[in-house]
Ligand binder design. Structure first.
Ligand SMILES: Nc1ccn([C@@H]2O[C@H](COP(=O)(O)OP(=O)(O)OP(=O)(O)O)[C@@H](O)[C@H]2O)c(=O)n1
Ligand SMILES: C[C@](O)(CO)[C@H](O)COP(=O)(O)O
Length: 380
């Protein structure tokens, strides 16, 4: 079986970006720059392993969960060589995607296109045609240069393991990119459509530009609202936003009765005009008995994604006198953000009482409300 391995080179100093620490370790839209690429690869079904190549400056608190590690070299090319050596049990035809940590805007569509190109070509890379006028300039001379056939080539760059290892064994140590190793060898290279989102953070102003390009478009967000109630019955804990909270009663329901995630599920389905939770997960079906409500929530997100909508942000309000929600609030936010693969600042969880009024005031059950925005996915 053909394996696919991603190598993310992250051993550069990032000197041109002039940031406090090397650019790949800086925050961008709620995650480190490198983490966007790690997630894009790790969540892609065709990618088997992710190798990150780092220098000595890996910050405390950075978790390379599930990644293999390699040590960087003095040049990018040397770092790539070290990354290739770290591949476990490589075969000649193992697909290798070599990517700059400094390009956080990687999408599954780009990975798909590269892997498809690799089924007919020896190498592939995303590229964009040059749009501006080009001049060769010196103090005394200015000459227009034709931009016909000129491309800006990005990463990931895709190769078969045998081909890139062979090409690099004969190459210089400071190549401009990895394609440079194979392009003089008559290797068939396919350029697939690149993306402005894949722009490399090189200079200080690139952080802001890339951040804006990676922010889901906020034009015409769709808003959905969900509401749910579950009554108490004898028991010793409740589950809210996937978190088990000790209590003097439990919530009664066909599933795990997580009123908070049910409200959020309904908000997503509502924003996408996809009906409600009961339409998709009928309470009379045995397979949902005692089900983890995370299943409903994730499926609602996937259904919205199929319609072309990603979650922008969500806000959940839990209404009860007890248990006290506040001590568990951050865990609830984290659990929700992890399940939905959102940054933490896109998820809010809060709680209120009804001042002892009504059924929640009488401690007969818990109600939850949720609001969500859905934004169009960029499609590239
Ligand atoms: N010895 C090196 C040099 C670069 N890189 C990586 O190669 C990618 C593209 O390189 P570049 O943008 O030039 O990064 P830096 O070398 O870090 O930047 P600068 O030249 O401004 O110092 C980056 O993800 C960088 O971390 C690497 O792994 N090992
Ligand atoms: C590898 C690369 O990102 C492909 O576009 C690019 O060549 C890196 O160039 P830099 O000089 O290291 O910025």
């Amino acid at each position: 079986m053909n394996r696919t391995v991603a190598i993310i080179v992250a051993a550069g100093k990032g000197s041109r970006a002039e940031s406090e620490r090397a650019k790949q370790w800086c925050d961008l839209n709620g995650r480190r720059v490198i983490e966007w690429s790690i997630r894009a690869f790790q969540s892609h079904p065709a990618v088997d392993d992710v190798i990150i190549v780092t220098g000595p400056d890996v910050p405390d608190g950075f978790h390379s969960d599930g990644c293999l590690l390699a040590t960087g070299g003095d040049t990018r090319t040397q770092s790539v060589r070290n990354g290739l050596q770290a591949i476990k049990d490589p075969a000649e035809n193992t697909a290798v995607l070599i990517h700059d940590a400094a390009r956080p805007g990687l999408t599954h569509a780009i990975i798909d296109n590269l892997l498809e190109a690799l089924s007919t070509h020896d190498a592939a890379a995303p590229a964009l045609p040059v749009q501006d006028a080009l001049k060769r300039a010196s103090d005394t001379n200015l000459v227009s240069v034709s931009r016909d056939d000129l491309y800006r080539v990005q990463t990931p760059q895709a190769f078969r393991f045998g081909a890139i290892v062979h090409a690099l064994s004969e190459a210089a140590d400071d190549l401009v990119d990895d394609l440079a190793a194979v392009e003089r060898q008559g290797v068939a290279v396919k350029l697939v459509k690149g993306s402005d989102r894949l722009h490399k953070i090189t200079y200080p102003e690139d952080f802001d530009m890339v951040s804006r390009m990676m922010t889901p478009r906020l034009a015409f967000p769709r808003i959905g609202k969900g509401f749910d109630v579950h009554a108490f019955e004898p028991g010793d804990h409740v589950i809210l936003c996937g978190v088990k909270i000790p209590h003097t009663a439990k919530l009664k329901g066909h599933s795990d009765a997580d009123a908070a995630w049910h409200a959020l599920t309904d908000a997503i389905l509502g924003a996408a005009a996809l009906g409600d939770i009961g339409d998709h997960f009928p309470p009379n079906e045995d397979r949902w008995k005692d089900a983890d409500s995370g299943l409903f929530l994730k499926e609602a997100q996937n259904l919205a994604l199929k319609r072309g909508f990603a979650i922008g942000n969500c806000d959940v309000t839990i209404i009860c006198e007890a248990p006290k929600v506040k001590p568990h609030r951050e865990t609830m936010r984290k659990r929700t953000a992890e399940l939905l693969d959102l940054s933490l600042d896109a998820v809010s969880v809060k709680a209120t009482t009804t001042e002892a009024l009504g059924f929640t005031g009488r401690r007969e059950g818990i109600a939850a409300e949720a609001v969500v925005t859905l934004v169009p996915t960029s499609g590239d």
